[in-house]
Design a protein around this ligand. Sequence first.
Ligand SMILES: Nc1ncnc2c1ncn2[C@@H]1O[C@H](COP(=O)(O)OP(=O)(O)OP(=O)(O)O)[C@@H](O)[C@H]1O
Ligand SMILES: [Mg+2]
Length: 200
Amino acid sequence: MGGVERGFHISFEGIDGSGKTTLSTNLYLKFKEKGYPCFYTVEPTFMRVGSLIRLHASRIKNVPQYYMALLFAADRVEHYERVIKKKLEKGYHVISDRYVHSSIAYQGGLLNDIEWVRTINNRVPLPDLAIYLDISPDKALSRKKASGLFDDVTLLAKIREAYLSLVEKGEIVMVNAEKPFEDVFREVIEIIKSRLHIDL
Ligand SMILES: Nc1ncnc2c1ncn2[C@@H]1O[C@H](COP(=O)(O)OP(=O)(O)OP(=O)(O)O)[C@@H](O)[C@H]1O
Ligand SMILES: [Mg+2]
């Protein structure tokens, strides 16, 4: 029925400390500055299941990854249906600080079961563009003052391998995130300009 053109959904991916939040919030400000309707959002969410994930991540050790994968998938369904889908329909460009590929790389990589993780996430659409910030685990950890759930270099290396397998399949677009912020940001802007054909 006419209406506004659907927004574009961009996700930022990468291991802990790769710069997702820094990049995605700066991109949000750039969109705003240029007058494009834009919405920033993060996973896990602060809704019901997302809060449960945050609780487990901070307090409870050795939660099975199958269990975590299901919680992340449930949180994402709620996030997509209640928030992301509605914003996109209203014409907002949505910037996701983590989305489906985080589950594929983290739980899929750690469980060696990427296909199962894909399957449990197939109730939400993939993003229009997933930008993967590639960085070595050592460098990423050195950037993070407080360590997150995954502060183990061996685990982060496994997750990075899973991300790199998605790059090889052409599912996510890789950016070298070890460079200074301004360089990484410029590269991200160029990728988005070439995909969206907008002035940034
Ligand atoms: N290109 C960069 N060069 C140097 N430091 C950076 C760069 N990008 C981000 N940082 C810094 O690294 C730290 C981690 O960045 P950020 O919080 O954006 O990572 P993240 O991927 O969101 O991490 P998490 O997965 O834990 O949320 C921050 O202190 C940030 O200021
Ligand atoms: Mg972050």
